[in-house]
Design a protein around this ligand. Structure first.
Ligand code: GDP
Ligand code: IMO
Ligand code: MG
Length: 433
């Protein structure tokens, strides 16, 4: 059976955790393909809330094998904390989670440099999660990174660390006036994790391909979102990996022939954490209400998320660079009670109108949204269980999003729980019967 890619269509936090968890019921493997513990994916099952950072959101189902693939960066200390937390909650992660030996490690100097680089940028900082993500991916690209498999070969681990630490310590001392880091201390700490992590070490491409050959279904779970993509996002205000659908293929080690669905997860409005341009951002009481009702505070860092109206220019762009077969629309419930809602259908800059994502960043940074106003709906919709029972205005709003984004809306989410999901088009991931 084929694979399904789940991608954030905006600036992250679109509800990928909820969507992945919901759809994982019908799948066999859930694979995280990029990012690291900068991600925070919330899954709610009954009264239990799970905030997952590295562990794939399929972990809640006993029948699912969660896989951390080659494209991910792993902070082993944080991963162990997360695994221990899930173990305490009875999910047996040490037996179930599989990790590619090719995934790169986040080292103590990556975390330190992330902090120092941000501090040095001052007002021009990116607002990173300070988890060491950028410096870890930079070392991977410079071919001086340490990988998950290196934890299990002490000689190689020390050799690689020795070679790279010389440069890191020079950087720390000469540029940032910091004390050098100690090789023995880092080696002791990291090699100390190896024993507990060894059972997780896997050839993940082998596992994925045997599953495909055996007719199993796979979900590839993205972290972050399209506009945070290193190549296709709002550079330099991006993360350092490729959340887009193409990144799922390289990150998991899979060819396009295996993928038949690409699901874009999108909020019914837009949020962003950290710095960077945001054309439809709201600074008034409307925005404040969205933040409060939507609980828009970061899952990983607790930071208040910036909020704004739905932006169809960005949605079309996300459709273009990912090739969505479906949209999973989240947080429609948050918009209940507004008299009117706005959707940006184009931007205006210097007397010109742009219906598509502008090719030059200066235009995007100064873009004025051109809004279409549509009627809101008064009643709470979070208890609605059938799409047909939504108020007409809510259904019209979904139609407007679908039309402007250029991809069909298959699911509409009206609350954080699994049960608060309405099926608008009956096209199951895995055909039944
Ligand atoms: P992710 O990073 O894409 O997995 O998203 P996060 O978990 O960081 O943020 C999404 C937040 O919205 C979480 O707190 C979810 O529980 C919550 N959520 C998801 N879908 C809905 C929805 O349809 N309505 C409401 N009100 N909350 C939702
Ligand atoms: P999930 O998977 C929202 C943002 C940071 C910052 C930029 C770079 O939960 O959607 P980084 O630490 O990656 O170098 O930070 O990216 N960012 C996210 N924003 N959701 C995320 O993940 C994010 N991961 C990183 O706020 O602006
Ligand atoms: Mg999140």
């Amino acid at each position: 059976m084929p694979a399904t890619i789940i991608v954030g269509a905006q600036w992250g936090d679109e509800g990928k955790g909820k969507a992945t968890d919901l759809l994982a019921d019908a799948t066999d493997l859930v694979v995280r393909y990029q990012g690291g513990n900068n991600a925070g994916h919330t899954v709610i099952v009954g009264d239990e809330v799970f905030k997952l950072h590295l562990i794939p959101s399929g972990i809640l189902y006993d029948h699912v094998t969660p896989i951390i693939a080659d494209g991910v960066v792993i902070d082993p200390k944080v991963m162990l904390q997360e695994l221990d937390g899930l173990e305490e909650r009875g999910l047996r992660p040490f037996e179930r989670v599989k990790v590619s030996g090719n995934a790169h490690l986040i080292m103590p100097y990556h975390r330190e440099l992330d902090l120092l680089i941000e501090r040095r940028l001052g007002k021009a900082n990116l607002g990173t999660t300070k988890r060491g993500i950028g410096p870890a991916y930079a070392d991977k690209a410079s071919r001086v990174g340490l990988r998950f498999q290196d934890l299990f070969d002490e000689k190689i681990f020390r050799q690689k660390l020795d070679a790279v630490l010389v440069h890191k310590n020079e950087q720390l001392a000469k540029i940032y006036n910091r004390l050098p880091m100690d090789l023995e201390e880092i080696a002791d700490e990291y090699l100390g994790y190896a024993e507990r992590l060894r059972p997780l070490l896997t050839d993940s491409t082998e596992l994925i391909h045997s599953a495909l050959e055996a007719g199993q279904h796979i979900i590839l779970e993205g972290a972050q979102g399209t506009l945070l993509d290193l190549d296709h996002g709002t550079y330099p205000f991006v993360t350092s990996s490729n959340p887009v659908a193409g990144g799922a293929l390289t990150g998991a080690g899979l060819g396009p022939k295996h993928v038949d669905r690409v699901i874009g997860i999108t909020k019914a409005y837009v949020t962003r954490v950290g710095a960077g341009p945001f054309p439809t951002e709201l600074f008034d009481e409307v925005g404040e209400r969205m933040t409060d009702v939507g609980g828009e505070y970061g899952t990983t860092t607790g930071r208040r998320r910036r909020v704004g109206w739905f932006d169809a220019v960005l949605a079309r762009y996300a459709e273009r660079v990912n090739g969505f077969t479906d949209l999973f629309l989240t947080k429609l419930d948050v918009l209940s009670g507004f008299d009117t809602l706005k959707l940006a259908t184009a931007y205006r800059y210097d007397g010109q109108e742009y219906r598509n994502f502008p090719p030059h960043q200066s235009i995007f940074h100064h873009a004025e949204p051109v809004y279409e106003e549509v009627p809101g709906w008064g009643s709470d919709i979070s208890e609605v269980t059938r799409y047909e029972d939504l108020p007409q205005a809510a259904r019209d709003y979904v139609d407007a999003i679908e039309e402007s984004a250029g991809a069909p809306v298959t699911w509409v989410s009206v609350g954080p729980k699994r049960s608060q999901t309405l099926i608008r088009r009956d096209v199951p991931l895995v055909p039944t019967g």
